[in-house]
Design a protein around this ligand. Structure first.
Ligand SMILES: Nc1nc2c(ncn2[C@@H]2O[C@H](COP(=O)(O)OP(=O)(O)O)[C@@H](O)[C@H]2O)c(=O)[nH]1
Ligand SMILES: [Mg+2]
Ligand SMILES: [Zn+2]
Length: 359
């Protein structure tokens, strides 16, 4: 295991030192490592401790988005012999990973904050899917996080099979780095580990079962977290990651493991879409009408490229699907705002009527 750990360069060790220096000299600054219904856990130089929000902070929060998420830097005071941190503020976020909350149509769920690089993990088996990859790319770029691709379980494919996956990704126009690895055999893991820089934050995203926790354990050099393998002894089912967790690797890099996501619901992310589908974005700029839907219009450069076969029909369909989903989300948000406003008006009217009656 240890053979795969990165060797911290002198530069990275200096950076790590700076971070710890900052923490030592600002003992009220902590990093959120996990979020639970009743409490949080936070890291400071010494380790992980339980944390709670002040009532005032919770009460003053304008929305769920104002509450701490994994990766946030928070200000807190220590109590009970430094075993409890009481959080009273969240530092402004550099980047965010967000998705549409499951169930609630018009609600956003923040998954993590201050992530530098999101590794989108797919495995070299049935899980591999370019459309899903693009969906993650769009969402990651929307939060200003740099996406990189990990193709795990390379041991399941021969060279030809591996090349075919990489070719499929490049054919879709995606230029992000691709890491072909096997967390099981260790193939490619040393190179991957060496890319993780001290003081930077990395996040693993992807469907359940692609090997995120196995990768994490590998990078940590432990088996701290249980993977999705069926337990040999009693076959009592799968042990899977149930919550996001941030940890510090021996190299000084931060890593966030996430539970598998059944869906990555799109919120409105124009920038992420434009960046991931830059070919279509360029074409759209050449359409005759600025608000072209690229479905029926005369002078549509996108339809033109489709007709000339210079644009792949599948890619066009995937682009349109994401656009429709975002438009649907925008409509849901507008609808909710309208309802909220009406509820507000109704409330005011009732208050006014009550007052009238009292007069
Ligand atoms: N063949 C193969 N199996 C792997 C590899 N990495 C992980 N697995 C297996 O895939 C299953 C799911 O792994 P897990 O790390 O729990 O996936 P997660 O849900 O993404 O966290 C487990 O049975 C792992 O042993 C790999 O590189 N090759
Ligand atoms: Mg897991
Ligand atoms: Zn058009």
């Amino acid at each position: 295991m240890l053979a795969f750990l990165p060797f911290g360069s002198i530069a990275s060790r200096q950076y790590r030192f700076q971070i710890h220096f900052l923490m030592i000299h600002n003992p009220s600054l902590f990093r959120v490592s996990s979020v639970h219904r009743t409490h949080l856990t936070v890291l400071n130089g010494a380790g992980e401790i339980r944390a709670e929000l002040t009532g005032r902070f919770r009460f003053m929060a304008e929305s769920d988005e104002a509450l701490p998420v994994v990766g946030d830097w928070v200000e807190a005071e220590l109590f009970d012999n430094d075993t409890l941190a009481i959080v009273h503020d969240v530092q402004p976020r550099g980047t965010v990973l967000r998705r549409r909350a499951a169930g609630g149509e018009a609600a956003v769920q923040l998954m993590a904050a201050n992530v530098d690089v999101a590794f989108i993990v797919q495995s070299c088996d049935r899980d591999f899917n370019v459309a899903r990859l693009e969906r993650y790319m769009v969402a990651v770029r929307d939060g200003d996080v740099a996406p990189e691709i990990i193709l795990n379980k390379a041991d399941l494919l021969d060279d030809v099979g591996q090349d075919a996956l990489v070719t499929a990704i490049r054919a879709s126009g995606e230029a992000a780095p691709i890491h072909l690895v096997s967390a099981e055999s260790g193939f490619g893991m040393h190179a991957l580990a060496r890319r993780l820089e001290s003081g930077r934050t990395y996040c693993l995203l992807g469907s359940s079962g692609v090997g995120k926790t196995t990768l994490t354990n590998h990078l940590l050099g432990t088996d701290a977290f249980s993977t999705g393998a069926v337990r040999e002894d009693d076959h009592r089912g799968r042990h899977t990651t149930t919550s996001r967790h941030l940890m510090e690797l021996p190299s000084g890099a931060w890593l966030i493991d996430t539970p598998g996501m059944r869906e990555f619901g799109m919120v409105s992310s124009e920038d992420g879409l434009a960046e991931t589908f830059s070919d279509l974005d360029t074409l759209a700029g050449e359409c005759r009408f600025r608000d072209c839907s690229h479905e029926v219009e005369e002078g549509c450069a996108v339809l033109g490229a489709l007709a000339a076969s210079s644009l792949d029909a599948d890619r066009y369909e995937r682009y349109m699907k994401l656009r429709r989903e975002m438009a649907h989300y925008d409509r849901s948000v507008a609808e909710r705002r309208r309802k909220d406003k009406e509820t507000g008006k109704l409330y005011k009217r009732i208050q006014a009527e009550k007052k009238d009656r009292r007069l």
